[in-house]
Ligand binder design. Sequence first.
Ligand code: PMP
Length: 396
Amino acid sequence: MFERIERVPGDAILGLIEAFKKDTNPQKVDLGVGVYRDDNGNTPVMRAVKEAETRLLKSETTKTYIGSHGAPAYGDAVLPLVLGADSPVLEADRASATQSPGGTGALRLAADFIAKQLPGKGIWVSDPTWPNHHGIFTAAGIELHKYPYVDADNRLDFDGMLAAIKKIPDGDVVVLHACCHNPTGFDLSAEQWQTVLDVVRERNLLPLIDFAYQGFGQGLDEDAYGVRLFAEQLDEVIITSSCSKNFGIYCERTGCLIAVAKDAEQKDNIRSQFAIVARENYSNPPAHGSAIVSEILHDAELSAMWRDELTEMRDRVNTLRRDFVEALKPYGLDKKYACVGEQRGMFSYTGLTPDQVERLRDEFGIYMVRSGRANVAGFSQQNLPYLARAIAVVND
Ligand code: PMP
């Protein structure tokens, strides 16, 4: 039977990693992979995480299953982080947390829940979006549709987005990125969130907010603006949160599926369904990452340390964004690439064309995905002059 199985091409990003490794150019720059990098190109373990792990090693007494919803202490820590410490939603007992293997796991749980419990509902994602959204929702058997997000001049196409959302059939699901939109870096303003909320309410849509980069845009609370607005103003919201980026625990697979419902009873009903989809997928989530996160968030000293480190990462990325635009000034290209300074998060739709991306790779050893999406954390004070010169050459 295996004879008929065809080989499929690998992930484009993995191909890029391989090509980068083989490149012998001493000035080569990797702007492809979606992880944070420091100025030396490393993705280090955060100090607060190391300290939490040291404490856990001493205090851990068992490795028994932690249950389909994961560790209660983790859920208790993540809910106020996402919804706000004094959230009226938490006060009203309208939200529940189910631990998941990363944000990806939370999205898959949400997808299975929608496919099973809301049969026939379509799902709408931004064009472009994180490519795995397509894979996850389609794998669950949900019909996928797109709404526009970026215009031909590489700007947020809010009018196009809104016009499309206004036509989404009643009761369908709309996926929104809470902050640090991947791949573009274009986020909604407070006013735009409110406008989308009005349409979501009018069309009776179910918002699914993907929150993979809390703290990487403007701040832990600032980045949660849309999430909190929706949770407080609407009866029903699904949120998928990830600790991969903001705790730097990518490989520990730590995320959370949050249901916000009209009241405590409906919340508990949904929660019981989440346990079933979790059980059917993997039974119980892995324990270590969530133990790290709750150790940090339940301890004032570790929390302060973690917040400082996260601020450092965020400031670094935002400074590099500004410095990138500044480095292009001598070439008269600062206006053309001003968007990089305005976008938020790890990723930027630079506006570089596929041809330019190819030339940057072949002539300069600068690697990014064909769409022109760059990982800003791959910039550094050392490589910015080189990047700027290379971009000037491919713009000639
Ligand atoms: N959503 C988006 C928009 C992402 O960019 C990512 C990670 N690249 C995820 C979800 C999933 O993150 P995790 O690694 O926690 O599964």
